[in-house]
Design a protein around this ligand. Structure first.
Ligand SMILES: [Zn+2]
Length: 320
């Protein structure tokens, strides 16, 4: 009996010691209770120390649930965070996820463009004095979109490298989606491309601030520069460059459609009314309100952008 008791106490002591040891070592297992599913988020390791948080919701999302992606790269000296999701609450969850995986400090936060669904959690980074990096007129455009947002305090306008200790991360400019604020992030040693909103996977893209022709050019360059990359889109599941090709093809479809409207001499109202039905190839896409228009979102539709950008001949005055 006494021996059994000793054995029990011994096991308990061992358990306490193991707990104390893991505590002192900054144990890096995800914390119990850090449940991402209720926020509509899924964590994926897309390369060694490279993670995506993938928002599962359609738009408009229920409150405090994610329809947008973020990511982070862990190097030997620290972490780079890519986008802060759409609210401080979701950003807190992103930062807690990072803390559950590493005890390295967050060195930088980068915004892939100015839209509030990707920058809405910047305040959480600012509170911790973490530099926030963006491009072009991002400060001005964010202030216009929502003065409550915290804008980047580091502006980069050319190709840039971040070193996270032993790990190099490349940041480069792309064009066409968000008024000269678009950046993509590439991690060479893991072949992972964070494409921001240059690509929406299985979702209609938001084209209301875009220039589709320029966007096409940048998609083409990304496809040819990073043919083997794993791609984390701004919205939708992680995949490969085939999603960039799919979006390229979708833009070609919009262009052809708009040229046919032009040939028929349709007004914008006639054209959009005639094209409301979503083609079979895109019926499973999320964000359907962005295709033909949804008065509830107030966002410019893809058909609207196509008419403006392809049905009119630039430089030639419109005839009534
Ligand atoms: Zn977005």
């Amino acid at each position: 009996m006494a021996r059994l008791w000793y054995r029990g106490v011994g096991a308990l002591l061992l358990a306490i010691l193991a707990f104390a040891w893991s505590w002192s070592m900054g144990w890096t297992q995800p914390k119990a209770g850090l449940d991402l599913a209720p926020a509509g988020l899924q964590l994926q390791e897309v390369g060694r120390g490279v993670y995506a948080l993938v928002g599962q919701e359609d738009i408009p999302p229920p409150p405090d649930r994610a329809f947008v992606n973020a990511g982070f790269v862990i190097g030997s000296e620290g972490v780079l965070v890519i986008d802060t999701l759409s609210s401080p609450q979701l950003a807190e969850l992103l930062f807690a996820t990072i803390k559950s995986l590493t005890d390295k400090p967050i060195l930088y936060v980068l915004n892939t463009h100015f839209h509030p669904d990707h920058t809405g959690g910047n305040a959480v980074a600012a509170k911790q004095n973490i530099p926030i990096v963006g491009r072009g007129r991002i400060r001005e455009l964010m202030a216009k979109a929502n003065p409550q947002l915290v804008p980047p305090n580091v502006i980069i306008n050319s190709e840039t490298e971040f070193w996270l200790g032993d790990r190099r991360v490349k940041v480069e400019r792309v064009e066409g989606h968000a008024k000269g604020t678009d950046l993509v992030v590439y991690v060479p040693d893991a072949k992972v491309l964070f494409a921001g909103d240059m690509v929406f996977n299985q979702r209609f893209p938001f084209t209301g601030d875009g220039n589709i022709k320029e966007w096409q050019g940048s998609l083409y360059r990304l496809i040819t520069t990073y043919p083997d990359a794993k791609v984390v889109p701004g919205h939708g599941e992680v995949g490969d460059v085939s999603m960039l090709r799919a979006q390229f093809a979708y833009f070609n479809f919009l262009e052809q459609l708009a040229l046919s409207w032009k040939a028929q001499g349709l007004t914008k109202e006639q054209a959009i009314a005639q094209a409301q039905e979503i083609p079979p190839a895109y019926r499973d896409y999320k964000f359907q309100g962005l295709y033909g228009g949804n008065p509830n979102t107030g966002l410019q539709s893809n058909l609207d952008s196509a008419y403006d950008q392809f049905s009119r001949s630039l430089g030639i005055p419109l005839l009534p």
